[in-house]
Design a binder for this molecule. Structure first.
Ligand SMILES: Nc1ncnc2c1ncn2[C@@H]1O[C@H](COP(=O)(O)OP(=O)(O)OP(=O)(O)O)[C@@H](O)[C@H]1O
Ligand SMILES: [Mg+2]
Length: 207
């Protein structure tokens, strides 16, 4: 059975789909067989994947009572399965978190994101699924990041050291199915994604 990783954050627009697509691309390039499960009725991940010409992903669109078995099925067929969750913390999210080996929660350096992160941590705690926070859209001078990290630490959240900056490169590729690591150009965005993927690999190896 491959590893199953849920991208969950109650706060909409935190970066779940953006980060998931970048990591899917990065893991694929690193030679891993990646399966995708889209639980979001907005179909953002599905639309990106349909437009992605460089890579062909086995993507399942799933919902409701089918989610658990679809995630398990993808886990049986792929090295790593990435599950894109919808924004709301409901029964589906709970079942998804139960099914997965790891939860990744994007969090922007705002109080709203930090508070919403608390809801995910509670569910992960109850379901005994480890959770790691990814700090996303960090402004060039850091903004309120240090204060937000202190608040997350008070909540006993485990925050990954790798962070993603607020960069056009992360948002511009969605429409044409690319990511910031498409092509071979060196960039800070590419380095950030690669560092994040390597750090998550180490977390997965330690589970
Ligand atoms: N690091 C980043 N730099 C710049 N823009 C970003 C970054 N991360 C996300 N965005 C942008 O923020 C918006 C929300 O991102 P995304 O759709 O990935 O969030 P989400 O958590 O999946 O949202 P939803 O809850 O609606 O599914 C998008 O327009 C995306 O391009
Ligand atoms: Mg999304």
């Amino acid at each position: 059975m491959g590893m199953k990783v849920a991208f969950a954050q109650q706060k909409g627009g935190a970066g779940k789909t953006t980060i998931l697509s970048h990591l899917a691309h990065s893991w694929s390039r690193a030679g891993r067989d990646v399966g995708l499960v889209d639980l979001d009725p907005q179909r953002s991940l599905s639309q990106w994947s349909e437009r992605c010409e460089e890579l062909e992903f086995d993507l399942k669109e799933s919902k409701d009572w089918r989610a658990g078995s679809d995630i398990r099925d993808s886990g049986r067929h792929h090295d790593i399965t990435l599950v894109d969750c919808p924004g709301n913390a409901d029964i589906l999210l709970r079942a998804t978190i139960r099914e997965c080996d790891l939860v990744l929660t994007p969090c922007q350096p705002t109080g709203l994101d930090v508070w919403a992160t608390g809801a995910i941590l509670k569910i992960c705690d109850a379901e005994k699924t480890p959770c790691r926070i990814i700090m996303n859209r960090i402004p060039p001078r850091g903004g309120k990041t240090e204060e937000m990290l202190a608040a997350l630490s008070d909540m006993e959240a485990s925050v990954l050291a790798s962070r993603l900056g607020n960069r056009v490169a992360f948002s511009s590729g969605m429409l044409d199915g690319t990511t910031a690591i498409s092509g071979n150009r060196k960039s800070i965005a590419r380095d950030e994604v690669e560092a994040l993927r390597i750090e998550i690999d180490a977390v997965l190896a330690g589970l």
